[in-house]
Design a binder for this molecule. Structure first.
Ligand code: ZN
Length: 804
């Protein structure tokens, strides 16, 4: 080997790179030295370590791992950490970090409290040299810039490599090494392997091999990791180009965005990086996220095993193979700070640990292979996380005083368990659960859906949706008898049932079901005011404020919630700055009805600047005083200045959303609603309302609202207020232009009772009162009356109820 090196040097007479082509200095361990030292440790410290060959390299070198823990011969129910010192041939600093770590853990066990604790309570696995053949190429000086394995890609029986433009130490270099043999071990893992663009270029430094795990070295590491299931794993690298120098790299950013555990892994990576001073000592290591689609080892460890897998790039680029022993010692020492953070982390010192054991409730035996999902984190894209041979799961999460998590534990032989409201904080850093699984029980859910528009009539064609939030939804369409039925529902879980049909308000309800029961739940759907053809008896205080009609996407949502028309603030333009207006509803007398609810519900869509807002108000005294009513779940903003510090809707909710207001407090009252909107000095698309439902209405008096509009945008006869009334009520109507207006009252048989108006009137809104008397001033009887507005261009009729 020395001879070959000499020959190569004299082929480059114009330069003197002698030092650059010398093998790394003797401070670096050779493969044989590592092997010898590990064997000596195993003999000297048999109570806290053992060594194991996890496989052989292509050339037959054992890939050594050392396990450091008390009771090293047995697997214990302890968190596991895996350290791999070396994967790219020339990146040999990690070997030295590994060897220094091993020495410290073994020699300081019993001396240092923290190291003693960590060794006693952690399963620590260290693989100092993961690519022994490549390590040999570098350490012998054959090619100190070599990167890959020694796979004979072209099967010519010769090791094809290229020393030539390797300019290495002293400068950061991007080098074209053109080594036509060898596989990049850190492109040979299966996760995202197919995304590596260099897979069909064997001479590339990034060649990922003929197939995932084609390299025995990659397979050996994957097999070890699958056995020991490390909570955290670290693979050491160095970056000769300098592009990645002195960084902690974590999974990932990819086709589907960030990795599901991103916020938790990045928290670990940042904490670790912040503890490792750089070679220049003027800062600490940085962080970087990996690309998902490359066949990286750490992506595989994370994706397949759930390990928080980090790539640590050690050493500044100009000294990835330092030529002074002191510098090597120094970079190792600084990196131990980072490793020690991992021990703190798995024991809940600097971040949360959500752990537990899953057992059979009857036999008490542990259940391995149970799937344990953190509902708020886990994605179906990754394999499920499962319990190990101890029935144990372990999840690392950053501390948060605001985010709680839900565990969902499933196993084919058992019923599902949901454990909500788990929060990991510095005061409560470790949650260790005992979870018992029982055989699953099943029940049945069934019922009838009734039509709120007519008493006790079943509603056919309603869609009943049974939603298991973790599994999916089932739909049933009610038949002509209004019946629905879901069978074999697993007991003890939380489900959501919703019933909907076009033209009716949606009903939603959480459901749990007990063992082997049949749960009967009936529903009554009530019709919505959909604003199609009529403004629904609603009216605006300002015709350039709330408007009734078809929204344009320039001014609001792309379409109505149902059909085409809505009420909205400026239908085809942004709302104006410094505006303030109200949308008034008809009046309603709230009584107990078949739905069992008293509520206001509607769909809305809004894009409202944070300085602006809207809310819903109610009056019980004919509009003298108005009170803000709160939607279920509250308003998004609790104080809006332009609403006189009332709460309101504000911000962006650019999909139609159902909102409901409980009105139980207003039972037996005659009420009216208004939608208040105000803006500061700003503009946006505004607030849009559709499909309004009022629960608890006296709508079954047997009379239809016979609103027919000649020119619906303009000629409008509003419902009287109050209604029912005794004896005084107010009738309002809009005239689009100056015209003759005839307003008359008829009784239920169609007989004329009273003429309230018969004259020319100006365009605009008009109010006329009726005192419940006939043309002779005599009080008329209780009952239904009709009032009709007639103009030369059309007529409109509404009904009302007089209750003496
Ligand atoms: Zn590397």
């Amino acid at each position: 080997m020395k001879k070959l090196l000499f020959l190569l040097i004299i082929t480059l007479p114009a330069f003197s790179f002698a030092q650059d082509f010398d093998p790394p200095i003797e401070r670096f361990h050779t493969y044989d030295e590592v092997t010898d030292e590990l064997q000596q440790y195993a003999e000297s410290y048999p109570n806290i370590c053992r060594i194991q060959s996890i496989g052989q390299s292509l050339e037959g070198r054992d890939i050594w791992a050392i396990k450091i823990s008390d009771h090293p011969q047995i697997d214990e129910d302890e968190p596991t950490i895996l350290i791999d010192g070396h994967i790219h041939a020339e990146e040999i600093l990690g070997v030295e970090i590994s060897m220094m770590l091993i020495e410290n853990l073994l020699t300081q066990y019993g001396e240092s409290d923290s190291l003693t604790y960590w060794v006693s309570h952690t399963e620590i696995w260290i693989v100092p040299i993961g690519n022994p053949d490549g390590h040999q190429v570098v350490m012998e000086g054959t090619d100190i810039c070599y990167r890959k394995t020694k796979h004979d890609n072209n099967l010519n029986g010769v090791f094809d490599y290229n020393v030539a433009p390797c300019l290495g130490n002293g400068v950061c270099t991007l080098i074209d090494r053109s080594d036509c043999d060898g596989v990049d071990l850190n492109r040979n893992f299966s996760w995202g392997w197919e995304g590596n663009p260099d897979n069909d270029e064997p001479c590339s430094e990034y060649y990922g091999g003929e197939a995932p795990f084609s390299e025995p070295e990659a397979l050996a590491l994957a097999n070890l990791a699958s056995d020991i299931r490390p909570s955290i794993s670290v693979i050491y690298h160095s970056s000769r180009s300098g592009n990645y120098s002195e960084k902690v790299i974590f999974p990932w950013t990819g086709r589907y965005g960030l990795s599901p555990d991103y916020v938790h892994i990045s928290d670990l990576a940042r904490t670790m990086a912040g503890l490792i001073p750089t070679d220049s000592l003027d800062g600490v290591y940085g962080t970087l996220r990996t690309s998902e689609n490359r066949g990286f080892a750490n992506n595989w460890l994370y994706a397949e095993l759930g390990s928080f897998a980090l790539t640590v790039e050690v050493g500044a680029c100009e000294r990835i193979q330092p030529r002074e022993a002191a510098l090597i010692d120094d970079v190792c020492q600084r990196n131990l700070n980072g490793i020690y953070e991992l021990f703190r982390r798995v024991h809940g010192v600097s971040g949360g640990v959500l752990t537990g054991i899953v057992r059979d409730a009857i036999t008490d035996s542990v259940i391995s292979g149970a799937q344990v999902q953190v509902v708020e984190i886990d994605s179906e894209r990754l394999p499920p996380r499962t319990t190990d041979s101890f029935g144990r799961f372990r999840r690392l999460m950053r501390f948060s005083n605001t985010t709680s998590y839900t565990l969902r534990i499933t196993h084919p032989a058992y019923g599902t368990r949901i454990i909500p409201n788990l929060m990991l904080t510095p005061a409560n850093p470790v949650i260790d659960l005992e979870i018992e699984l029982e055989e699953p029980g099943y029940g049945t859910l069934q019922g009838m859906v009734f039509d709120g528009a007519s008493i006790a009539q079943p509603l056919a064609g309603a869609t009943v949706t049974f939603r298991d939030p973790y599994v999916g939804s089932q739909h049933i369409i009610t038949d002509s008898s209004g019946f629905y039925r879901f069978e074999e529902i697993e007991t003890g879980n939380h489900y959501q049932l919703s019933i909907q049909k076009a033209g009716y308000d949606i009903q939603e309800r959480p459901i749990t079901i007990e063992d082997s029961t049949v749960l009967d739940i009936d529903f009554t759907l009530i019709p919505v005011i959909d604003f199609e053809g009529t403004p629904g008896g609603f009216w605006s205080s300002d015709s350039s404020g709330w408007q009734w009609g078809v929204p344009a996407s320039s001014g609001g949502p792309a379409s109505a919630h149902s059909d085409s028309t809505v009420w909205g603030t400026e239908l085809d333009e942004l709302y104006r700055p410094l505006s303030s207006f109200y949308l008034y509803s008809p009046t309603y007398t709230l009584v107990p009805d078949a739905t069992g609810q008293v509520a206001l519900a509607f769909y809305h869509w809004y894009r409202i600047r944070s300085t602006d807002g809207g809310n819903v108000q109610i009056t019980t005294d004919g509009g003298e005083t108005w009170t803000v009513i709160e939607p279920e779940g509250g308003y998004p903003r609790s104080r809006i200045t332009v609403l006189d510090n009332e709460p309101g809707f504000s911000g962006y909710q650019s999909v139609w959303h159902h909102v409901q207001f409980d009105l139980t407090d207003y039972l037996f009252e005659t009420v009216q609603f208004r939608f208040r909107f105000s803006s500061a000095d700003s503009r946006d698309r505004g607030w849009f309302i559709d499909d309004v439902a009022v629960y608890g209405q006296e709508i079954y008096v047997g009379v239809e609202h016979t609103t027919t509009l000649a020119s619906p945008q303009h000629l409008t006869l509003y419902p009287n207020y109050p209604n029912p009334f005794n004896p005084l009520t107010t009738i309002r109507f809009d005239l689009p232009w100056r015209t003759h207006a005839l307003l008359r009252i008829y009784d239920a048989s169609g007989k004329l009772v009273q003429t309230l108006m018969d004259e020319e009137r100006n365009a605009g809104q008009h109010r006329v009162q009726w005192h419940g008397t006939d043309a002779h001033g005599q009080a008329v009887r209780s009952g239904i009356y009709f009032y009709r507005l007639e103009t030369p261009s059309g007529q409109v009729t509404q009904s009302m109820v007089l209750l003496r």
